[in-house]
Design a protein around this ligand. Structure first.
Ligand SMILES: C[S@@+](CC[C@H](N)C(=O)[O-])C[C@H]1O[C@@H](n2cnc3c(N)ncnc32)[C@H](O)[C@@H]1O
Ligand code: SF4
Ligand code: SF4
Length: 339
């Protein structure tokens, strides 16, 4: 399903150790630039609809913290889009109230909750005290009121041993879908020793593959796992997923956007939709996509480079210079040896 990803804001009420966003943590009151203006949202959707995009995936920051969260949902629903959003579940009763008008509920396809541990100690160790209970309670609430809930887990050194338990918890909580993903490296999370060595990544994938067949709910692995497709078929590179950042700019991928510790914008930011049409920015994105594929074709022919292509998102993190000058695999190896 072609989707528009919207980073609704760049504020958050948590400070998760693994987070790849450069979240602004000062007071939001005087900082309107942290929130996507709703007239920009409306204009983007008006242009995206006729191109066949019909679903909005809302992320952030913490999306319900947008001061006009409900109004944003009204625009999305009124223009005929379905939507889901990602949340950390903090203040979920308030969020529930915001989504409860008939219009907003009619187009809500589900809520995805980030759960980063099967136990309170593991999850709260990454996300902060009280978060585990909030997530589990919010998922149970969704179950009670008939909202489809999903779980997203980012696998790292702290929770790697809990994959089976996480799947069991997903089954208990009766979630529709559960997605496991590798954790992308930032200088911060490498410094906190959360990144698994690359040699462990395939073992994680095997563990996830095993639980996929053992449960009735849908379990999958997010893009970024080992692949032999050297020209990646991920949704951003096929234009099935577009990403709009909180400043109203079209960017290549939500995984690279507003990256923590990156020195400013990269080439992945292609157009400012406050100033130009989606059509004009999309044509620049198409050029970038072609360039990325071209570069991967060249890497595939280079014996010193080609093995990197097994992990396509790490290639992007390095290509778009999100974590300093040194090659990312070298940095990951150095972080591992520091322990
Ligand atoms: C940036 S958050 C925004 C939505 C919301 N605040 C939340 O945490 O669900 C979106 C998703 O990205 C995940 N994420 C954060 N840092 C990551 C990283 N370094 N690698 C992979 N996923 C990451 C989060 O765990 C979450 O599931
Ligand atoms: S992962 Fe989500 S909840 Fe955690 S700091 Fe990042 S944006 Fe906030
Ligand atoms: S980081 Fe690159 S390879 Fe990974 S999903 Fe985004 S565009 Fe595709």
């Amino acid at each position: 399903m072609p989707r528009i990803g919207i980073e609704l804001n760049n504020v958050c009420n948590l400070d998760c150790t693994h987070c790849f966003r450069s979240i602004y943590r000062g007071g939001a009151e005087n900082n309107k630039d942290l929130f996507l203006p709703l007239d920009v949202l409306e204009r983007i959707l008006l242009e995206a609809g006729p191109l066949g995009y019909n679903h909005v995936a809302i992320t952030g920051g913490e999306p319900p913290m947008h001061p006009q969260f409900g109004e944003a949902l009204d625009i999305i629903a009124r223009l005929g889009f379905t939507y889901h959003f990602l949340t950390n579940a903090r203040n979920f009763q308030k969020t529930l109230k915001a989504i409860s008008t008939p219009l907003r509920r009619s187009k809500l396809s589900g809520i995805s909750f980030s759960l980063d541990g099967a136990t309170e100690a593991t999850h709260d160790g990454i996300r902060g005290k009280g978060s585990y209970r909030e997530v589990v309670t919010a998922i149970a609430t969704c179950q009670a009121v008939g909202i489809e809930a999903s779980i997203i887990t980012t696998i790292n050194k702290a929770n790697r041993h809990e994959i089976d338990q996480l799947a069991l918890l997903g089954a208990h909580l009766k979630v529709k879908r559960q997605i496991f993903g590798h954790q992308n490296p930032t200088e911060h999370n490498m410094g906190e020793d959360l990144i698994l060595p690359l040699t462990e990544w395939r073992a994680v994938e095997r563990d996830v593959a095993r639980v996929m067949t053992g449960f009735r709910h849908d379990i999958s692995m997010a893009v970024g796992f080992y692949t032999d497709y050297f020209l990646p078929r991920c949704a951003p590179l096929t234009l099935d997923d577009l990403n709009i950042d909180y400043r109203g700019r079209l960017t290549l991928c939500c995984q690279l956007s507003n990256y923590r510790d990156a020195g400013g914008d990269g080439e992945d930011v292609v157009g400012d939709l406050k100033k130009e049409s989606l059509t004009s920015a999309l044509s620049k994105l198409m050029n970038l996509v072609t360039k990325v594929h071209q570069e991967r074709l060249e890497m595939a022919a280079d014996p010193n480079q080609k093995d990197k292509l097994h992990y396509p998102c790490l290639v992007c993190v390095e290509r778009f210079q999100k974590t300093g000058e040194k090659p990312i695999l070298v940095q990951m190896e150095q972080a591992r040896l520091k322990v």
